[in-house]
Design a protein around this ligand. Structure first.
Ligand SMILES: CC(C)(COP(=O)(O)OP(=O)(O)OC[C@H]1O[C@@H](n2cnc3c(N)ncnc32)[C@H](O)[C@@H]1OP(=O)(O)O)[C@@H](O)C(=O)NCCC(=O)NCCS
Length: 146
């Protein structure tokens, strides 16, 4: 059964395996954990039986006018069952009524977000694939160091 939480209590990197599918330099689960800790809002979908995180969404918010949603991912084996939609609904609830809430997404994802009350926009972005793994983890894994 999938349950949802905004708490990181009891969450450790070993419960965060398998995310960042298709990324050239996917962050380690430890880096993923830091990313969750540093986000202003987080919603996790938990597979209670397997005791692992099945999906997550994060938000960065200034608590005045604006928020953005940088990450949304559901592990492939859990997709197509409404988990992604529920994560977005819940993070929007967490963020509350702000003037701006921005997502960047591929055009083929626009119907998904339109169903959730968002509308298409245009934007600009920068991506540095050398830093995709996160700070301090450019090389091979060396134990606990990030
Ligand atoms: C996008 C994502 C979070 C959706 O999670 P999910 O649990 O499968 O979502 P739901 O079951 O709630 O909704 C499924 C809907 O997502 C949409 N969708 C999912 N992946 C899609 C894709 N690659 N292209 C277009 N639409 C997609 C479909 O509209 C689908 O609608 P349907 O149920 O009518 O077929 C998941 O596919 C994922 O993690 N993808 C990889 C990461 C990603 O793309 N994140 C979003 C960045 S903007």
């Amino acid at each position: 059964m999938i349950t949802y939480t905004t708490s990181l209590e009891g969450i450790s990197p070993d419960k965060l395996k398998g995310f960042f599918v298709g990324w050239q330099n996917p962050p380690w689960p430890e880096t993923h954990m830091k990313l969750l800790e540093n986000s202003s809002h987080v919603v996790l979908a938990i597979d209670d039986e397997k005791d692992r995180v099945a999906g997550f969404v994060t938000a960065m918010c200034d608590h005045v006018l604006s928020a953005s949603i940088p990450f949304l991912e559901v592990l492939p084996e859990y997709r197509g069952h409404g988990v992604g939609e529920e994560l977005v609904r819940r993070i929007l609830d967490e963020i509350g009524d702000l003037y701006m809430v921005d997502f960047v997404c591929h055009p083929n994802m626009q119907p998904f977000y339109t169903r959730l009350g968002m509308r298409p926009s245009t934007g600009m972005m920068r991506r540095n694939v050398q830093h995709q793994k996160g700070p301090g983890s450019q090389g091979e894994r060396d134990g606990t160091q990030l």
